[in-house]
Design a protein around this ligand. Structure first.
Ligand SMILES: Cc1ncc(COP(=O)(O)O)c(C=O)c1O
Length: 484
């Protein structure tokens, strides 16, 4: 069944501080124990193999094995040779309730991942920050997931669907987001969308129908988000971003009903929203009776091992949480999810009726199968390695060739903001770059107000060996545009 979670080989949000005090294995055991006690890890949840978790946290395998062994001794975890480590169950009056369901191992089905650019891009290099590695789409795993979806879909599933999404995907997504983003939510709160754009359109219409007039956006931000909100009849008010994220202190003076943010990895600057501003943002929303829309568009990709939790974990009644498969699988799938407070349900349903498009049920069921079999986690793990190398290759090539510097962003995501010297004519650079076969997004296109020039460079679809050539072409474009 698509909702079966017995065989997940999982990614895991472990709150881990590499600089914390005390022996690492004890601290890791404490962190995992806490995840079980607070319900983020539940009976039957499969823990990552020791080798994988060791790689992800930058610890030795011994530390992971010690922590797992300690928790097995305490009855929190259980494990057999060959079948992995699993959360044993809720500790009840000295007994351990074991997980139900089969734990039979299934084969991994890695995608082809040739690393070559698709033929259509052989002439132009598309550095759009929106693109993942298109060659890495897990074709084999997706075909298996579609086959599974077709085999398990009931006749009822093939009728007119629930507009909020297929129950199997909503259940799988709720469990997935709890596990990887720490979001404690119910399947009823999960709305399946056709990606973040569709969700922004839905939530903007819903807010407008409930009387909202003005919404704040980060400046700079993703231009599409502003366009979509304006099209829904909202006035968009820019709020500056600095190295700690959006200037939350500006919100009280702006008379806005909602704010759209990218707190995990600000788009396009790449900074996380600081802890104090997270608190202040929720305080603003509570005092104002406002809504915070959290676009968690690339949270799956962190390379420095310090996870940033979702803002929505702090105030589920104030935050609308958005994600999609556009960066993890392919923008062509057009699949996403939204977790919204219950009081927006009616307005969202009306907005959905107004827009009138739904994600195809079989694709929804396939995504549920991809996640519940562990294939999605395996795919993401592979992509994290790929993107980390692509990021390093592009940054190294740029610093060798192009004047300017990378904005002090996190080691994360699939794009980097490259700041050009102040006297550079950004528009001329874009034109010159276009003539050299580079398709680029300029920082000015992301801004509402004025600011220094820059380029938003996506490396998701840029193989390492092409980075030096791209940097040379960019350097040439900057020179031709009159820069240094
Ligand atoms: C900030 C931001 N949010 C979300 C998305 C993804 O949107 P969608 O799911 O509609 O493809 C992108 C893609 O570029 C983005 O830059």
């Amino acid at each position: 069944m698509p909702g079966d979670q017995s065989n997940r080989q999982i990614g895991l949000l472990v709150p881990w501080d590499p600089d914390g005090a005390g022996p690492a294995h004890q601290r890791l055991a404490a962190a995992l124990r806490h995840q079980v006690n607070n319900g983020r890890l539940r009976p039957g949840d499969r823990l990552p193999p020791t080798r994988i978790l060791a790689e992800e946290l930058g610890l030795s395998r011994w530390v992971i094995t010690e922590a797992y062994d300690q928790l097995k001794a305490e009855g929190y975890l259980t494990g057999r040779v060959g079948s992995g480590t699993v959360v044993a169950g809720v500790r009840e009056t000295g007994t351990v309730r074991t997980a139900s369901g089969s734990s039979s191992a299934r084969r991994a089905t890695p995608g082809p991942g040739t690393g070559e650019l698709p033929p259509g891009l052989s002439g132009t290099v598309d550095l759009s920050p929106a693109l993942p590695d298109l060659a890495s789409f897990p074709r084999t795993a997706w075909r298996a997931a579609l086959t599974r979806a077709l085999a398990t879909a009931s006749d009822v599933d093939l009728g007119y669907p629930d507009p909020a999404g297929a129950p199997a995907l909503r259940t799988t997504m709720a469990a997935y987001l709890r596990r990887v983003r720490g979001l404690d939510t119910d399947p009823e709160r999960v709305h399946v969308t056709q990606g973040v754009r569709n969700a922004v359109a839905l939530v903007s219409r819903a807010l407008r129908s409930r009387g909202a007039r003005r919404v704040a956006v980060e400046d700079p931000s993703w231009p599409r988000m502003r366009d979509i909100s304006r099209a829904a009849g909202l006035d968009v008010v820019p709020v500056p971003v600095d190295r700690d994220g959006i200037r939350v202190d500006r919100l009280p003076g702006l008379d806005v009903d909602a704010v759209f943010v990218t707190p995990t990895h600000q788009f396009p600057t790449g900074v996380p929203l600081s802890a104090s501003r997270r608190v202040a943002l929720i305080e603003w929303a509570t005092a104002r009776d406002g809504i915070v829309v959290e676009d968690d568009y690339d949270a799956e990709f962190r390379y420095d091992r310090r996870p940033v939790g979702a803002l929505a974990t702090r105030a589920r009644d104030r935050v609308v949480y958005l994600g999609s498969t556009s960066k993890t699988l392919s923008p062509a799938l057009h699949l996403g999810w939204m977790i919204a407070p219950a009081r927006l349900d009616d307005a969202l349903a009306a907005a959905r009726d107004g827009i009138g498009t739904l994600a195809p049920t079989l694709d929804q069921l396939a995504l549920a199968a991809l996640i519940s079999t562990g294939a999605y986690d395996r795919h993401l793990r592979r992509l994290r390695g790929l993107y980390r190398h692509r990021r390093t290759a592009l940054l190294t090539a740029l610093s060798a060739s192009v004047p300017g510097s990378a904005y002090a962003s996190m080691d994360a995501g699939v794009h980097v903001l490259w700041q050009l010297p102040d006297d550079t004519d950004e528009t001329a650079v874009l034109t010159e770059a276009g003539e050299r076969g580079l398709s680029l997004l300029g920082l000015t296109q992301c801004r509402v107000g004025p600011g220094p020039p820059g380029l938003v460079l996506g490396y998701g679809n840029l193989p390492e060996h092409r980075a030096p050539g791209v940097a040379e072409a960019l350097a040439d474009a900057v020179r031709a545009a009159g820069g240094r």
